[in-house]
Design a protein around this ligand. Structure first.
Ligand code: AMP
Ligand code: MG
Length: 507
């Protein structure tokens, strides 16, 4: 294995970096058994494929990102001044409903932690080479999946969905073999923590070390769930409250996914964030035509992770977490009871999402039925999810005519009209006028989402060496709720060539 060199002190490189590193966040403080120190494997001829200048600014890294040092560090090709030794963490997980045993960061490396205006953040490379957890993998990621993760992380953040962020993608001509030969890329991900449900499962089922399980749980609670400690007797640990809070955050996250027609695609327990963030973008997809049974992952033959099953699966995953945390509880029933809050929280969050997407602020007796019938109508027509919700804001309470932008999306215009009449009648209970309602609805119903075909176009030009489309798409998706007349084509239905696009697990 090659080791990255210390970044050479060229005249342009100050001896002190513009970035002040701390060693690997919470994990590095836990010690042996939680991680391994690993060096990145350098790649040849690294180059920027995309950079999120918006995130760099939020992190206070704008100047650093303009330096050669940043390219060296974020390609795993060099170590910057003061950079601590990187590490890969140990986790396990359930994949597709089956216990998969030990997994771990097989191609991710935690570079370290930095203080930022957003609070302490970990920087992690994905695709930087083999680690002790790579099993038979090469530790690499290909350009196409890296661009997808980069764009979607930032798009989700702009949509207001909790997510890990992505600062940059670096490309290299290094060949990577998947179904065909492709080239390597490395994404820099940013989050307060990349801890997964699977980190806890690891110390219950794999190492079977309750002391480590407790150590990890206590550290996570203290660091990320501090307020819960104040609600507990001195000396006692708020495990139940914590598990309830994780369940609530997970419920709210999934309700947001559902409300955007977002499918994660691989909701294995090792891809579930303990902080309630969207984590590990693989074969994800935003639905075009609405189909509750939509499966975005071509490798998911059973449809386990179909859009309509995501809430159930999240609950299943929480159950796996609860089982893993049993050694922390005196009463073995307690963790199972704690996650029950997921059900009511999801129902509340999803109803709330639907109501705001319909522009309803007051409570009407038939709101749930109205929303359900709207989704049913969209499903019957396979109506474009994003366009249909967006077009709803053009309905006028006192005008019986269905706006063309909406009716054009449906085949059975009478069924649509019947529903719109009920909707208009319901709107009379609202205090808002049409214009105010449209403004509010347009803040929750995006015009722009990362449709598969848009990512595909950007990937194809990146493969030809033109990265401008990656950057342009990033900019469009940074303002998903705004009308951007010059970018109207990015909101359009997918072209016919994209109808059969299939995204598999391979990445
Ligand atoms: P994923 O399906 O990407 O969530 O990954 C599941 C597990 O496989 C994780 O432990 C990853 O680190 C590991 N993994 C995925 N791809 C690779 C690869 N190319 N090399 C090494 N490990 C990998
Ligand atoms: Mg994963």
């Amino acid at each position: 294995m090659n080791h990255p060199r210390d970044f050479p002190a060229t005249p342009a490189t100050p001896l002190r970096s513009l970035i002040a590193w701390r060693e690997g966040g919470l994990m590095s403080q836990l010690g042996e058994g939680f991680f391994e120190h690993v060096s990145a494997e350098p790649v040849e001829a690294p180059h920027w494929v995309g950079r999120s200048h918006a995130l760099a600014k939020q992190l206070g890294l704008t100047d650093w990102m303009a330096m050669d040092e940043a390219l060296a560090v974020l390609s795993g090709t060099g170590l910057g001044p003061g950079q601590p030794p990187p590490l890969a963490t140990a986790y396990s997980g359930h994949q597709f409903g089956v216990w998969a045993g030990a997994l771990g960061d097989g191609r991710a490396l935690l570079l370290g932690e930095i203080d930022t205006p957003l609070g302490p953040q970990e920087l992690q490379l994905k695709g930087s080479g083999a680690t002790p957890f790579s099993r038979r993998g090469d530790g690499r990621a290909v350009l196409r999946s890296s661009i997808r993760e980069f764009l979607c992380s930032e798009a989700m953040a702009a949509l207001g969905v909790p997510t890990t962020r992505a600062l940059a993608v670096v490309g290299s001509p290094l060949p990577v073999f998947r179904e065909t030969q492709e080239t390597a890329a490395i994404v820099t991900r940013v989050a307060p923590s990349f801890l997964r449900f699977g980190h806890f499962e690891h110390h219950c089922h794999t190492t079977r070390d309750p002391a480590r399980l407790r150590q990890l749980a206590d550290a996570v609670i203290e660091r990320f769930f501090g307020p819960l400690l104040e609600q507990t007797e001195p000396g006692a640990r708020p495990y139940r409250l914590w598990l309830q809070e994780v369940s609530r955050r997970t419920a709210q996250l999934i309700a947001q996914w559902q409300s955007l027609g977002f499918c994660h695609g691989v909701m294995n327990t090792d891809n579930m964030s303990i902080l309630g963030l969207t984590l590990d973008y693989g074969p994800f997809g935003f639905m075009d035509g609405f189909n509750p049974g939509h499966i975005c992952n071509h490798s998911d033959h059973q449809g386990r992770y179909a859009w309509g099953r995501q809430p159930q699966i999240a609950y299943w995953n929480l159950h796996a977490l609860a089982m893993a945390l049993r050694p922390l509880f005196d009463d073995p029933q307690e963790p199972g009871d704690a996650i029950e809050v997921f059900k009511s929280e999801f129902h509340k969050a999803w109803s709330h999402q639907l109501k705001s997407k319909l522009g309803l602020q007051s409570n009407g007796p038939d709101d749930e039925e109205l929303a359900r019938d709207w989704l049913g109508l969209m499903a019957d027509h396979r109506t474009d999810f994003t366009l249909a919700f967006r077009a709803l804001s053009s309905v006028r309470r006192d005008h019986p005519e269905v706006p063309a932008g909406l009716s054009d999306l449906f085949i059975d215009r009478e069924a649509l009209k019947a529903w719109v009449d009920r909707y208009r009648a319901r709107l009379t209970l609202e205090q808002t006028d049409d214009a105010q309602r449209a403004v509010q609805m347009n803040q929750v119903n995006p015009r722009y989402v990362l449709r598969n075909h848009l990512a595909e176009v950007a990937i194809e030009s990146a493969r030809q060496g033109d990265f401008s489309e990656v950057q342009r798409l990033l900019d469009v998706l940074a303002h998903p709720y705004d009308e951007q007349p010059e970018n109207a084509s990015y909101a359009a239905l997918p072209p016919s060539w994209a109808e059969d696009l299939e995204i598999s697990c391979s990445s």
